[in-house]
Design a protein around this ligand. Structure first.
Ligand code: TYD
Ligand code: MG
Length: 457
């Protein structure tokens, strides 16, 4: 239409440009620009009308903060202890919750399971699977629930009008990338669609007080596919992670307007759905009674939960020229750093060795306290001497080779004690105000990496 402005919008980051670009200036993506017609007059008119309406209704007036009334927000329990914990004690009415994760990790399974488990009217909308597929999955989760409704649809207008008629207590949209708003002239999954659909869902959630879960896919690099902006719009962002070939899954809060982001949920993927894991340590420790070299136990904390986890290293002579370094569940750059520290500060040479590292269960551990156990496992494999099974480690390694203190050391020691460990190695600076004789477990404090070598075997 004459007079309409044409803009080009980058599909991966939302950057706008007056002309088409091969490469986005902002995010560097290639061939990501999409043409978009802007209707300036129309939008302006609409907006000023909206402002006038709001003015008339008088609902947005400044008021002293002391006069703001807190509604009695009763959170809805999902009947799933891990999910409730993650959300800060249940679902807040009217909240918009984004759950991200790689394909096949179990997002649909988790949300369908939540829909079936909660004794409320839930609308599960899928733009990815047919009704039969969803039913088959529900049967697999062996549920006889009757208050869950399914809708295989991706047109958001239809979804919202059906939702209004059904008036459920909760809505699940699987996924935001397959949803589209007919009012926007752009393909499903494009940044414009994602932005529009999320905003519409936000408006819907706030107006109706019905909480809405949306599933978001994750790109290879681990970001939520689509715009970062999505994360700004929603109230809660949770991430479902794990290695596909292992059964453990971690649910992590990245943002929560209604609670802490320190919490963490752990599940095990079974044949019939996801089972919450109450006692992760017991699963993540090897049940072997035999001692092997290259294996050690780290006393870590994920979220607020202490967790003992086995780490394994294999150090062997590099046969083919360049030594290999490989790591599962631990940052490879950090492994290289630890190897350099061991060389410089403890005189241990890994230069001509292949080094493989593996964290049990395929979990990714973000807690830096795992460093000390990794050092122990590396040294144990290098020297081919086993570390006793009842010993564990907790400490971060600094570039100077010192052992740094880590947070919540007491809960780590208590967890190690509870699981029957006899010795725990911690940083010497970690024990201020802590009485070692309070524990049944022997607490050994060390200052430097090199001191560890004298004590571990
Ligand atoms: P899915 O939930 O579809 O993942 P996403 O929605 O994140 O893409 O499926 C995850 C995988 O879980 C799938 O490969 C099959 C498996 N699975 C189980 O192991 N047990 C089960 O009970 C179900 C329903 C699925
Ligand atoms: Mg899915």
């Amino acid at each position: 239409m004459a007079g309409n402005k044409i803009l080009f919008i980058c599909n991966s980051c939302g950057y706008t440009s007056p002309k088409w670009e091969g490469k986005c200036f902002s995010c560097g993506a290639w061939n990501s620009f999409e043409e978009k017609e802007i209707l300036p007059e129309n939008t302006r008119e609409k907006r000023s009308k909206q402002w006038k309406d709001e003015e008339k209704s008088g609902k947005s007036k400044p008021k002293p903060i002391s006069e703001v009334q807190l509604g009695l927000t009763t959170r809805i329990s999902t009947k799933d202890s891990e999910m409730d914990r993650i959300l800060g004690g249940g679902i807040v009415p009217g909240s918009l919750i984004l759950i991200g994760g790689q394909p096949g990790i179990g997002k649909s399974t988790l949300l369908l399971q939540t829909a079936l488990g909660i004794s409320k009217k839930v609308l599960y909308v899928s733009g990815e699977e047919s009704e039969e597929q969803i039913k088959m999955r529900a049967d697999r989760l062996s549920s006889s629930q009757t208050t869950a409704y399914i809708l295989a649809e991706s047109n958001l207008s239809i979804i919202l009008s059906e939702a209004q008629t059904l008036a459920p207590d909760m809505i699940i949209i699987d996924s935001i990338q397959t949803s589209f708003s007919p009012y926007v002239d752009s393909g499903a999954g494009s940044i414009i669609q994602i932005r529009e659909c999320t905003s519409e869902l936000l408006r819907f959630a706030k107006e109706t007080k019905i909480p809405v879960f949306i599933v978001g896919h994750i790109t290879k690099s681990g970001d939520l596919a689509g715009p970062k902006l999505l994360e700004h719009i929603v109230d809660v962002v949770i991430q479902f992670e794990g290695e596909r070939n292992y059964n453990y899954r971690i649910l992590r809060t990245l943002k929560n307007r209604y609670g802490s982001t320190e919490e963490l949920g752990i599940y095990e993927m079974m044949e019939n759905g996801l089972k919450p894991v109450d006692n992760p340590s017991e699963l993540l420790l090897s049940q072997n009674t035999e001692n092997f070299s290259g294996s050690s136990v780290a006393a870590t904390i994920e979220g607020l939960r202490p967790m003992l986890i086995e780490t394994q290293a294999l150090v062997s002579a590099a046969i083919y020229g360049t030594p290999q370094r490989s790591s599962t569940g631990y940052d490879l750059r950090r492994l290289n750093m630890i190897l350099a520290i061991l060389e410089k500060r403890a005189g241990l040479y890994f230069g001509q060795k292949d080094v493989f590292l593996n964290i049990a269960g395929g979990l990714k551990i973000a807690d830096p306290a795992i460093d000390l156990a990794i050092v122990a496992a590396l040294v144990s494999s290098l020297e081919d001497r086993a570390i006793a099974k009842n010993v564990c480690f907790s400490g971060e390694i600094s570039l100077t080779g010192e052992i740094r203190p880590v947070k919540n050391i007491e809960s780590r020691i208590k967890e190690a004690n509870r699981l029957g460990f006899k010795k725990i190695f911690v940083s010497a600076n970690n024990l201020k105000g802590i009485n070692k004789s309070n524990f049944n477990i022997e607490v050994i404090d060390i200052g430097k990496v090199i001191d560890l070598l004298q004590h571990i075997f």
